[in-house]
Design a protein around this ligand. Sequence first.
Ligand SMILES: [Zn+2]
Length: 134
Amino acid sequence: MIARTLPAIDRDNEAYWTWGREGKLAIHRCASCEYFVHPPVPFCPRCESRDVAPQAVSGRGRVVTFTINHKPWVPDLVDPYVLALVAIAEQDDVRLACNIVECAPEAVDFDMEVEVVFEQAEDLWIPLFRPVTA
Ligand SMILES: [Zn+2]
């Protein structure tokens, strides 16, 4: 487990950090033009609608880019670990900053297919991604 500084929760990002309790990855989506909006804000940057709400997505995606951290920035940090940008399967410009888990850091690669898993931290469920094996 990676030592984490937990995010401050507000009305906009609550679904992203808590729907993992039900095994769901929540991404805001515009009801007018169907554009996914991330980081979550209450308006659509494409059509300017305010009819935007969290929606469960498949949890599948691909690694766009990544880095392997070897430096123990904070006490209790288990290194090395992988920090990545994952594009969700539904929309390639939704990029989630996350960790890749359940595989050796050197096994992570560009365009690797991944799926979401959640790690509970207090009352939050942190979205992480692991390689798709099936
Ligand atoms: Zn829109």
